[in-house]
Design a protein around this ligand. Structure first.
Ligand code: SF4
Length: 513
């Protein structure tokens, strides 16, 4: 049984967790307290979740190796840690979510494991030969919009293990004032720019003074129409979303604005419905009450949300609390995180089969960010396959090379979505993780096996493809189809019965003008 069938996932009560048993509600709901008390060590972690001695020493070993590489890998806010189940190696999931084959999804996203040290071959990288696209803190890839990096990549409240921006300790230094000023100058200078993504790291983890300065300066630029704020604070530390912060954003973004109001969007990052809690809903409501729209990018993560039901629930539940699913993003191919990558063909199958079963406004676009500066390439949804029937996307799965066409007409042949391995390395890696997890069949990385000459042999774990043709989707979504006696799509099929019931009901007598 799942802990509670509710639209909100229920976090563990903080004072039932050993590390925070003496913490007061006032402290817990204070963002400063959350930041000061982020989990940074295994010592703290083992007072929050159950770890056996091997798991403890393996996490310690992973952190030590990453630290020697100049990376800071562990930082979890107490709030986000409370979303992990006490025994993350045996989590309770919804029926059909393959509990026995899963680890806790928040654990996977926030605790580095030995998997981060495996499979370093990220394979073919894009050959776009990207030169620098930055001027100061501004990074431009598209004609009308750019990203302004206002925060160091180590600024985030919690670190995501799957993050494309490795938390390099060298980048602890803040983004300098000069860099930000150069970026702001360029935005004012280039009248083609009408949209700015204020990002980092996390755009809401900078000082109030810096945030106010950046927004006020943007408010002076007449050709800017939209300001987007990239933040995971609502998800990992919703108590950080305060009325005072939102007032500051609202006021500053239009303080010196002579023309039409600049519209502010919040861009969040929810990957699993276990992150959709009452506290997140309260934060989302506050953001919307200040007149902002919230949109979400979900990263498709092998081992975390690579399942039809999980995606359906994640998209629908965030939509129900006013957060619009915007992109489902293919996970980046970075050293140490290739075990999180799901083959694009599998992502396409999920997206194809979600179409119609959740409303169109709840369906994000499935896209990949092409290495080397290619930008976003839309992968799905599409109901129009130009392939010959025998190449229908439901079968013939292969993750070898693909041809990619970017938005600006570049063509990239031999694009590989997955990391590479040899048989020996793969078997060794799976053995390490099976020992760490304490059971087989949970760690199922999808990798391209290559021979000594780098030629493709096969994709690992290809047998675990979703088979929809044998299962009715209504059955797959059984908890969404709550009333089993009802027609799935057409009331006419039971119209005699509805007529009878209607005549007995109050609706038969109700009158209105
Ligand atoms: S919040 Fe974003 S930038 Fe920060 S660690 Fe997570 S994915 Fe990376």
């Amino acid at each position: 049984m799942h802990p509670k069938e509710d639209i909100f996932y229920e976090a563990r009560k903080f004072n039932t967790i050993e590390l925070w048993k003496n913490v007061t509600g006032e402290q817990w709901y204070d963002a400063d307290w959350q930041i000061k008390n982020t989990i940074r060590s295994v010592e703290q972690l083992k007072r929050v979740i159950k770890l056996n001695s091997l798991q403890e020493s393996e996490i310690r070993r992973t952190l030590t190796v990453l630290n020697k590489e100049g990376k800071e890998a562990l930082r979890i806010t107490p709030y986000y840690a409370s979303l992990m189940q006490a025994d993350p190696f045996n989590p309770k999931m919804l029926p059909g979510e393959k509990s026995k084959k899963r680890l806790d999804p928040v654990f996977w996203q926030s605790v580095p494991t030995p998997a981060n040290l495996l499979f370093p071959d990220t394979g073919l990288e894009g050959a776009m030969d990207e030169k620098s696209r930055s001027y100061g803190a501004a990074y431009q890839r598209y004609p009308n919009r750019l990203a302004l990096f206002v925060a160091a990549n180590t600024s985030c409240a919690s670190y995501c293990v799957h993050c494309q921006r490795a938390k390099s300790l060298n980048s602890c230094a803040n983004v300098s004032h000069t860099e930000i000023n150069k970026g702001l100058f360029y935005i004012g200078y280039n009248k083609n720019i009408d949209e700015v993504l204020v990002t980092g790291g996390d755009a809401l983890m900078i000082s109030r003074g810096r945030l106010q300065y950046v927004l006020e300066e943007l408010s002076r630029i007449p050709h800017i129409r939209v300001i987007r704020i990239a933040t995971r604070v609502p998800v990992v530390m919703p108590m950080g979303i305060t009325d005072e912060l939102l007032e500051l954003i609202k006021f500053s973004a239009n303080k010196f604005n002579g023309g039409p109001d600049k519209y502010v969007y919040f861009m969040t990052h929810i990957n699993h419905y276990h992150e959709i809690t009452k506290d997140l809903a309260i934060a989302a409501k506050k953001i919307r009450n200040h007149g902002f729209t919230i949109r979400n990018q979900t990263v498709l993560l092998n081992h975390v949300n690579d399942y039809y039901k999980t995606l359906a629930l994640t998209f629908t539940r965030m939509f129900w609390i006013g957060i619009h699913p915007y992109y489902l993003l293919q996970c980046h191919k970075e050293k140490g995180i290739v075990h999180f990558i799901t083959p694009i063909q599998i992502g396409k199958i999920y997206m194809k089969h979600l179409q119609g079963w959740i409303s169109g406004i709840t369906m994000p676009k499935y896209a990949g960010n092409i290495e080397g500066g290619g930008g976003k390439v839309i992968l799905m949804p599409s109901g129009h396959d130009t392939f010959h029937k025998e190449f229908d996307i439901d079968d013939k799965i292969s993750e070898s090379y693909a041809m990619v066409h970017t938005w600006d007409g570049k063509e990239l042949s031999k694009y590989e979505a997955l990391g590479r391995t040899t048989y020996e390395e793969f078997e060794n890696g799976v053995r390490i993780m099976d020992d760490f997890i304490g059971k087989k069949g949970v760690f199922v990385p999808k990798l391209i096996v290559v021979d000594n000459n780098g030629r493709h042999i096969e994709t690992t774990n290809r047998t675990k493809l979703p088979k929809f043709e044998k299962i009715k989707k209504s059955k797959l979504l059984e908890y969404d189809v709550r009333d089993k006696g009802m027609p799935l799509t057409n009331p006419v099929v039971i119209s005699d019965e509805i007529d009878k019931q209607f005549k007995k009901s109050n609706y038969c007598k109700k009158r209105f003008d």
